[in-house]
Design a protein around this ligand. Structure first.
Ligand SMILES: [Zn+2]
Ligand SMILES: [Zn+2]
Ligand SMILES: [Zn+2]
Ligand SMILES: [Zn+2]
Length: 98
């Protein structure tokens, strides 16, 4: 994919020229600050839901510790579980996403 030449500097390091725009936060970042595996900038990859890799996480699963977004987690009382753990624990059928 050809990317039109940008005059921006990377919004993260502010040193190298930005080559790509993060689809999550909209920052323009250099190649070093972009996580190609996840298709988001490094700042976002640190806070991205580890289930869908698309939305920003809102918390950790108390069981497996993964970062999860609102849609991929369920809250049980004060605890948040990722959908996988919730399924294993049989929480999903009981707790409808409110
Ligand atoms: Zn950079
Ligand atoms: Zn980003
Ligand atoms: Zn998610
Ligand atoms: Zn979990």
């Amino acid at each position: 994919m050809h990317i039109t030449k940008l005059t921006h500097l990377c919004d993260i390091c502010e040193e190298r020229p930005a080559v790509i725009r993060c689809r999550v936060c909209g920052r323009y970042v250099c190649d070093d600050d972009f996580d190609h595996a996840l298709n988001v900038c490094k700042a976002c990859s640190a806070t991205l839901c580890q289930v869908c890799r698309e939305r920003l996480a809102v918390g950790h699963c108390v069981r497996c510790g993964r970062l999860v977004c609102r849609r991929d987690s369920v809250r049980v009382g004060l605890s948040r579980y990722c959908i996988d753990c919730a399924r294993e624990l049989g929480l999903i059928s009981e707790v409808k996403n409110k």
